[in-house]
Design a binder for this molecule. Sequence first.
Ligand SMILES: Cc1cc2nc3c(=O)[nH]c(=O)nc-3n(C[C@H](O)[C@H](O)[C@H](O)COP(=O)(O)OP(=O)(O)OC[C@H]3O[C@@H](n4cnc5c(N)ncnc54)[C@H](O)[C@@H]3O)c2cc1C
Length: 432
Amino acid sequence: MVLGVYCFRNDLRLHDNPALQLAREECDQLLLVYAFEDRLWRTKKPKRISAHRARFTLDSLKCLEKKIIKLGGALHFLHGNIESSIPPFMEQVGATLCFVSDENAWEEKEAEDELSRMVNLRTIYSKTLLHLDDLPFDLEALPETFSNFRKLVEKQWIVRSSLETPDTLDLSPNPVSKLPNLRELGFNNPPAPPSDYYRFEGGTIAGRKRVERWIWEENCILNYKNTRNQLQGADFSSRLSPWISNGCLSPREIYWEIKKFESHFEANESTYWLNFELLWRDFFHFSARLHGPKIFKSRGIHPERPPITEPQNAGSLFSQWNDGRTNDLFINAMMHELRKTGWMSNRARQISASYLINDLGLDWRKGAQWFEEQLIDYDPCSNYGNWLYLSGYGNDPRKKRHFNVAKQAELYDPEGNYLRDWVRVQNSPISN
Ligand SMILES: Cc1cc2nc3c(=O)[nH]c(=O)nc-3n(C[C@H](O)[C@H](O)[C@H](O)COP(=O)(O)OP(=O)(O)OC[C@H]3O[C@@H](n4cnc5c(N)ncnc54)[C@H](O)[C@@H]3O)c2cc1C
C-alpha cells in the first residue's frame, strides 16, 4: 500500500488542483497537511504577513478543512518550514511519497528543492492561467516586455480545463491536530474595516460567492474596462486577488467562468479585459520563475543600469510614507487605506509606489517589503514584479514610471471623496 502526503501551500482548494489529482492517482491513501512555515508565520522585523492576511488564511484553511471532513478525512497542521516539518512527519506516519503544487517564486522553489533532497517529492504545475508547458516558447525565451509576451501567447491561447472537486479521497485516518487561532499564532485581531467591501472572507466558498455576485448577479464585468482604474467602491474591479493569491480560486476557473458568462450573455472588451489582467499575472509569474533571486535585488533584471542612491534621511522618509505622514495628503490617504484594510486598488498601488521611488528617491524594495507585510492578497511574483516594473529595473522598456500625483488625484479623485474618507481615518489610531 502506498501512503502519500499532500501538502497544501498557496493552493488552498480541492477543485482544479492537478497536484492533488496526481496524488490521488499514485497513492492508495493520502494524508493532507498544511505547514505553518516559520519563514512566513514567525517573522518579526519585518513581518511578512499582516493580521489581515493571517485572518484570511485561517478562514481559508477552515473552509478547506470542512470540505475535507465532509469527504471523511482530516487536515493535519504542521509547524515549521516544509523542508524541516514534512520529512519527520512522513517518517512518523510511514508515508513514502510527498506531493506539492509547483510554485514560481525563488524562495518557495528553494524550499521545494531542499525538500526534494530529503523525501520522494512530486511537484506539479498549475499556478498560472496558461500552463508553463503550453507557452509557445521556452521559458528562457520569455519576452522581456509584456506587450511582446501578450502578442505571442494571444496567437496560441491555450487554457486547460478546470478540474472538478473530487467526490472521494482515499484519506488515511489522520493523527488529530487543531487549526490554531490568530492569537496562538501571535496576531491580534486586524482593525475593523470601515466598509463591508473590505471584509474579505477566506475560503473557496466565499471566493465563489464573490464571482457569482460580481460576474453573474451584478454583471459588473460588463463595464470592468471603464471602472477598473477607480479608487473607491465595492465593484469597480473584481476584488478576487486575495482568493487567487492563496489559491482558494484558480485563475483558469475564473477564465472559464467568464467564457460561460460570455456565451450566455455577452462578450465585450470588458469581459476580455479581466482575462487580459490575468495575463499580466502570468507574465510576472513566468518572469519570477525565469529570473529567480534577481527580482528581489535592487537592480533587478537590469544590473547594468545605474544603482539607486537614496537620500541621507531615507529611513525617516520611509516611515513617513508607510505611516501616511508624507507632505502629500493623497498619498497619505492610500497608505492609511492599506494599513487599515490590507487592500488598495491597482491605481493606488501604482501611485503610492511611484511616489516612494520617484518623489522620495527610495529603494523600491523598501516599499515592496511594506506591501508584502500589509497586503491581504500578497503574492511574491505579482508584488515584486510590479514594483520592479515601476522602478525601471524590471520588465519595462520605458525605464522608470513616474506618476504625477496631483494629476492622478485630479483624474481619479476629482471630488476628493477618497481623500476625505481616509483623512478621517487618519485621525483615529491604527494598530495591527
Ligand atoms: C506595486 C504593486 C504591487 C502589487 N502587489 C500585488 C500582490 O502582492 N498580489 C496581487 O495579487 N496583485 C498585486 N498587484 C497587482 C494588482 O494591483 C492587484 O492584483 C489588483 O489590484 C487586485 O484587485 P482585483 O482582484 O480587484 O483586480 P482586477 O482588476 O479585478 O484583476 C483581476 C485579477 O488579475 C490579476 N491582476 C490584475 N492586475 C494585475 C497586475 N498589475 N499584476 C499582476 N496581476 C494582476 C489579479 O490576480 C487580479 O485579482 C500589485 C500591483 C502593484 C502596482
